[in-house]
Design a protein around this ligand. Sequence first.
Ligand code: ATP
Ligand code: SKM
Ligand code: MG
Length: 183
Amino acid sequence: MNDRNIIFIGFMGVGKTTVGQLVAQKLNRKFIDTDEEIEKEYGIATSEIFKKFGEKVFREKEMSLIISLCKQKNLVVSLGGGAFLQEEIRNACLASCIVIFLDLTFEKWRERINLIIESRPVLNGKSIEEMKELFYKRQEIYSNHHIKIDTDNKEVEDIADQIIKLLENRRLQNLVHTEEGDI
Ligand SMILES: Nc1ncnc2c1ncn2[C@@H]1O[C@H](COP(=O)(O)OP(=O)(O)OP(=O)(O)O)[C@@H](O)[C@H]1O
Ligand SMILES: O=C(O)C1=C[C@@H](O)[C@@H](O)[C@H](O)C1
Ligand SMILES: [Mg+2]
C-alpha cells in the first residue's frame, strides 16, 4: 500500500466514520474523523457549534484542518458529509490522497435516518422530501473521487475488506505500470 492518506467522502450517515475507523484499524494506520476533531477543539457537539458560532465558522475550521491533514501521510481520514462542498478541500484531497466515495441509495439511506437525525444539524427541521433533494444535490460534489464503493446491503466489515483488497490491487497494478515504464 502506498503512503497516501485514504480519505472517505459521502453523504451524512453513509458510514464514513464507521468504515474509516475499521479500515484504519485493519491497515494499522492512524484514524482521524474531522467532525470529531472539530468537536474536540470546541468541547461541544457539531450541532452546538452550528448553533453557537454558525455554519461558516464550522466550515472554516473544516477547511484549515483538512488542508493540514493533506500535508501528512499514512492517515485514514473520514470527512464530514459537507466538507467536499468547498473546492479548496476537494482539490487538496484529490491531489495528494486516495479519495473513496461511499455510495448508498436514497432508499437505503432513509432507513438510517433515525440513527443520525439528532446529531446532524443540516438535517434538522427538514422534511423527507427536502432531505431527498439535498441527498441528490450533494451527489455532484461526491462525483469527485478516485474510488466509489456501493454500500447498499453490505456489512461494515465487508465494505472495509473490499476497500483494502481494492487498494492492494491498485498498488500491484501501479507496480506493474512503473516497471513497464522503466523498461
Ligand atoms: N454498512 C452499514 N450497515 C449498517 N449500518 C451502518 C453501515 N454503515 C454505517 N452504519 C450506521 O449508520 C450510522 C451512520 O454512520 P456513520 O456515523 O459512520 O456515518 P458518516 O458517514 O460518518 O456520517 P456523517 O457524515 O454525518 O459524519 C451509524 O449508526 C452506523 O452504525
Ligand atoms: O453534510 C453536512 O453538511 C454535515 C455533515 C456532518 O458530518 C457534519 O460535518 C456536519 O453536521 C455537516
Ligand atoms: Mg462521520
